[in-house]
Design a protein around this ligand. Structure first.
Ligand code: NAP
Length: 313
């Protein structure tokens, strides 16, 4: 078992926005982990030994015990399969893969190799999520809404992969809302209807409206929009049969109960995720829940495709 004098040595695969903004500082601030190197076709952040690809990085640093795959989803499965085949623990950025089939093959391969697989959902580590889960568990719920509306030009500049096949379009942020939803409700969430708005020049939707239902019959309305200007919305509202109302705002950093703010904390999701990853490795376990990805896959299966204007970056 790794200790602070024997930290788990980590390599990063894909050195884009999320790796630089979150993974590098979260690993460096956790004394039980050691960031050894990173690889990416072109990007080379300062102060980190960098390689063109994962195999070159592992050849130079065979001491790396765990790999965090922070690439776009389209290439995640191949890289994660190689990492598992090489006997490394794997941290998958969200979404865990481009398809459910890929995700399930990773879960099976990790179990076969006896290594840890973490299918990470960073939004589940937002500060208000566990309080929301407890509130929901104590009540009979009558209605839920998930509103995830942000400006793609502000948050994803230059990320061509997001509108390419397998990039998921507005489901890329929307799946974060679904990851909180599937954490706070106790039963499975089923897709009843989905309207998927595809710009003519994109292979993934820019706007989505879904009618979902929990297995116990609670209706859930989900609306995702990638063209939201000014106020950005990352909110979930839950209404209970007793008249109670819970609202999570700003991705789960703020919690309101019956209209009164009861929690407001800065986000610190990635430190929590890496502590969880370390704990999983230390206890020889995996955490690979694909419920949010299943909702997205089902929406593509039953969804109606609606034409939207071209997306001009
Ligand atoms: P990004 O800025 O486009 O970065 C992706 C990186 O992956 C790029 O640096 C690219 O390399 C690298 N890459 C592509 N193919 C690779 C390969 N075969 N091997 C190694 N590296 C490869 O995207 P991002 O925003 O960081 O998002 C990446 C993932 O994190 C997505 O799944 C996204 O949903 C998730 N995520 C993003 C955010 C966010 O706020 N941005 C938040 C949470 C989760 P080069 O630059 O070297 O060409």
């Amino acid at each position: 078992m790794a200790t602070t004098s024997n930290p788990v040595k980590i390599g990063l695969v894909g050195l884009g926005k999320i790796a630089v903004d979150q993974h590098i500082p979260a690993i460096r601030n956790n004394p039980a982990l050691e960031l050894v190197a990173g690889c990416s076709p072109q990007t080379r952040p300062d102060g980190l030994p960098g390689y063109d690809d994962m195999q070159a990085m592992l050849a130079a640093h065979p001491e790396i015990a765990a790999l965090a795959i922070c690439t776009p989803p389209q290439v995640r499965h191949r890289l994660a399969m190689e990492a598992l085949a090489a006997g490394r623990h794997v941290f998958l950025e969200k979404p865990p893969a481009a398809t459910l089939g890929e995700a399930e093959s990773l879960r099976a391969r990790a179990a076969e190799k006896g290594v840890t697989l973490l299918a990470s959902w960073h939004s589940r580590f937002a500060p208000a999520v566990s309080a929301a889960r407890a509130w929901v568990a104590a009540r009979k719920i009558s209605n839920i809404s998930v509103m995830w509306k942000e400006n793609v030009r502000q948050w994803h500049p230059g990320q061509k992969w997001i509108f390419a096949p397998g990039g998921m379009g507005v489901f890329d942020p929307g799946i974060n809302g679904l990851s909180i939803l599937t954490r706070i409700v106790p039963d499975a969430v089923i897709v009843k209807k989905a309207d998927l708005h595809f710009p003519a020049n994109c292979d993934a939707p820019i706007e989505v409206q879904m009618d979902l239902q929990t297995e116990s019959g609670v209706p859930v309305r989900a609306e995702f929009n990638f063209l939201q200007e000014n106020q950005q919305t990352w909110s979930i509202v839950v209404e209970a049969e007793d008249g109670g109302k819970l609202a999570l705002h700003l991705g789960g950093t703020e919690l309101e109960i019956d209209g009164r703010q009861v929690l407001k904390e800065p986000e610190h999701e990635y430190p929590g995720l890496y502590a969880h990853f370390h704990q999983l490795i230390a206890s020889g376990q995996s955490d690979a829940d694909f419920a949010p990805l299943r909702i997205v896959a089902d929406a593509f299966m039953v969804g109606k495709r609606i034409a939207a204007p071209d997306y001009i970056e």
